[in-house]
Design a protein around this ligand. Structure first.
Ligand SMILES: C[S@@+](CC[C@H](N)C(=O)[O-])C[C@H]1O[C@@H](n2cnc3c(N)ncnc32)[C@H](O)[C@@H]1O
Length: 397
């Protein structure tokens, strides 16, 4: 039996995620917040068509459909039993008529015929780490996306617990290709948990459907960011960023540490994070069109770029004062990413943030203040907002 057939058989036996009351209300997995995706992607219009590739029993597609109520959502999975459960669950709930489930293999050339193309967004979470023909899936995704489309990919990283637990279980005499539950196995899992000094999430008591796919099975790719990126790149997709790295960057805004990362793009800083703090699980964003990196090394050229605030944060703006160099305290809050950033910023910077609607260049915004601020100082402060994803920069050309 080839690996693909084995994987399908395993999900036919134990569709994922299992549908119980608790999981239904509170799925264990988390997609990166759509607000983060939207801010990074810089798409102005709501996506018209969304593909959920490897949708399992439908939770991911439902979560996405609730967020994008006016988009057409297509869920595809090669397990007919999972799709049957997804359709059944869809019927039991209101407000999900814009979702369609189909049986199909994301690695076959016929995928486009099965699901159609022209997808603005593809979401593929917890699928590609377990399949042999990852390259074919990437090629299909690139074929199915519109020219301004984006791919969200949730895949295992080098620190995924299965990277160390699989060899440990093999040493204890367990067969990894096939999951067989039992008392012995559960004790072995407790042993792994007790000895795992890297804080593996508590998994010894997790359900069979989770362990069968995330720990057992014929193969698991626990790859570094660079490897996932290179696969996507070979299919013509461009890396925008990693949600894990985005969150890991949060401490660097204290003490102005972010300056050390200049002139790197967001994608490059996220790759830098992976060097120091490899991810357990990557939540990655790719796009079909490359994004030019703002000219961080040339502060005067940067001033000719337009700045646009994103919706990722909310901020209660202090009352305007025209003392441009006076420091003001502000708090950027992002409920969706569970982030609060306390800033002490000069009034001129606040004014740029208030007015950054993507229409005016930084130069024009500064001219409106009637105050000269050195280009390097502006560049450094705008860079911090760019890394926070509170502001995007758009070339004026
Ligand atoms: C771990 S589940 C993830 C389900 C869903 N994405 C989620 O996060 O809830 C992986 C799913 O991918 C599906 N899958 C694996 N290989 C596939 C392939 N080549 N084509 C379509 N679906 C596939 C499996 O059937 C299974 O339902």
């Amino acid at each position: 039996m080839n690996i693909s057939t084995e994987v399908r058989r395993s999900y036919e036996l134990r569709p994922y995620p299992v549908v119980g009351k608790r999981i239904w209300n509170q799925p264990r997995w988390r997609l990166p917040p759509p607000k983060w995706i939207e801010a990074m992607w810089q798409r102005v219009r709501v996506p018209e068509r969304i593909l959920v590739a490897g949708c399992g029993t439908g939770m991911e597609a439902f979560a996405i459909a609730r967020r994008f109520k006016h988009s057409e959502v297509v869920g595809v999975d090669f397990s007919p039993r999972s799709i049957a459960i997804a359709r059944h669950l869809q019927k039991r709930q209101a407000g999900l008529r814009h979702v369609r489930f189909v049986v199909g293999d994301i690695t076959t050339r016929h995928l486009v015929n099965t699901v159609g193309n022209d997808f603005d967004l593809i979401s593929c979470h917890g699928v590609l780490s377990y399949i042999p023909q990852t390259r074919r899936a990437f090629d299909n995704f690139a074929r199915c996306l519109t020219p301004h489309g984006a791919l969200y990919l949730g895949v295992n990283g080098v620190r995924h617990f299965s990277a160390t637990w699989r060899p440990a279980l093999a040493k204890l005499g367990f067969q990894l290709a096939e999951f067989e539950d039992g008392k012995e196995l559960r004790q072995a899992l407790r042993l792994c948990e007790a000895l795992d000094s890297h804080n593996a999430p508590r998994i010894a008591n997790r359900g069979a459907e989770y362990l069968a796919g995330d720990l057992f099975g014929p193969l698991i790719h626990n790859w570094p960011l660079a490897r996932w990126m290179s696969l996507a790149q070979s299919a013509g997709l461009h890396f925008l960023g990693s949600y894990y790295a985005h969150r890991a960057l949060r401490p660097i805004f204290k003490d102005d540490l972010y300056r050390q990362l200049l002139p790197r793009s967001r994608a490059e800083t996220h790759m830098f994070v992976e060097l120091l703090s490899p991810s357990r699980f990557h939540s990655l964003l790719f796009v079909t069109q490359p994004r030019p990196n703002p000219p961080w090394q040339n502060a005067s050229a940067l001033l000719r770029w337009r700045a646009r605030s994103t919706d990722l944060y909310t901020c209660r703006w202090p009352k305007r004062r025209r003392l441009w160099r006076k420091l003001r305290r502000v708090q950027l809050k992002s409920v969706s990413t569970n982030t609060v950033v306390d800033l002490s910023v000069p009034e001129w910077e606040l004014e740029i943030l208030r007015q950054a609607d993507g229409k005016q260049t930084l130069e024009q915004l500064l001219a409106g203040l009637g105050k000269r601020v050195p280009a390097n100082v502006v560049r450094d402060r705008v860079y911090s907002h760019y890394l926070l994803v509170s502001v995007n920069l758009v070339s004026a050309d």
